[in-house]
Design a protein around this ligand. Structure first.
Ligand code: CTP
Ligand code: MG
Length: 230
């Protein structure tokens, strides 16, 4: 069995998307956003153990719907209820890891088109280096620091910036101890691990790893899924 686990956090409500369903369960390409994300996860070279974290009232339904896909990949699938923040949802997922897991990837279900190859590269880099590994993309827009009144203070040196994606990968014990010590609410696991003093390296991300946040993102995801199918 694989010693890699992927925690897919899918317990958010998707306020900015504004759909009746929680974001991960919004239809996409004849499946759901979560289902498309799981296709990438099960497309890894070696199928990982998967923990999906969903809204409490959707646990049974998600288990029923996606268990067959896990079985087809001969991989474990555990579905648990999330918390009020992303960080709490990751913590609930971490609590479900089987003993043999050594590398943990945390992935946003809201990034359904992140390719399987990125998951493989992140997992391999964690194994090779023993650090936290995050996929990142160069920032293409000019970025400025702005004050509370909206006045531009300065232009930030773009060459020093990278936009972070998921899956973010960590040695299991690193992520577990960072979470055990977690002070505040971090929006990103790499920030939490870095705050605990562990190195985090960036590897190349992929444009398809964009996050579905607002309706136009869902439209873009639909187009990409359709192109892929065609
Ligand atoms: N997430 C989670 N539990 C939470 C909040 C977020 O598992 N309490 C997950 C989301 O399901 C998503 C990922 O974290 O896959 C990134 O969060 P975001 O894009 O902000 O999703 P939502 O919080 O659902 O959206 P919004 O902020 O617009 O409400
Ligand atoms: Mg959110």
């Amino acid at each position: 069995d694989s010693t890699v686990a992927v925690i897919v956090v899918a317990a958010g409500s998707g306020t900015r998307l504004g759909h009746a369903e929680p974001k991960a369960l919004v239809p996409l390409g004849g499946d759901t956003i979560l289902g498309v994300a799981l296709d990438a996860v099960y497309g890894m070279r070696e199928a990982p153990h998967v923990v999906v974290v969903v809204p409490a009232d959707r646990v049974a339904e998600v288990r029923r719907r996606y268990q067959p896909r896990a079985r087809a990949a001969s991989a474990g699938l555990v579905v648990v209820a999330g918390g009020l923040t992303r960080q709490e949802s990751v913590a609930r997922g971490l609590a479900e890891l089987p003993r043999e897991i050594e590398v943990v990837l945390v992935h946003d279900a809201a990034r359904p088109l992140a390719p399987a190859a990125v998951f493989d590269e992140v997992a391999a880099a964690v194994e090779a280096r023993g650090h936290g590994i995050v996929p990142g993309l160069p920032v293409v827009d000019t970025v400025k620091r702005v004050d509370a009144e909206g006045r531009v203070l300065e232009t930030v040196d773009r060459s020093e910036l990278a936009a972070m994606q998921t899956p973010q990968g960590f040695p299991r014990e690193v992520l577990e101890s960072a979470y055990a010590a977690a002070p505040a609410d971090f929006t990103d696991d790499a920030a939490l691990v870095a705050a605990a003093g562990v190195p985090v390296d960036v590897v190349p991300g992929d444009a398809r790893g964009f996050k579905v946040t607002v309706p136009s993102d869902l439209h873009r995801a639909e187009q990409l899924v359709a192109e892929r199918a065609g």
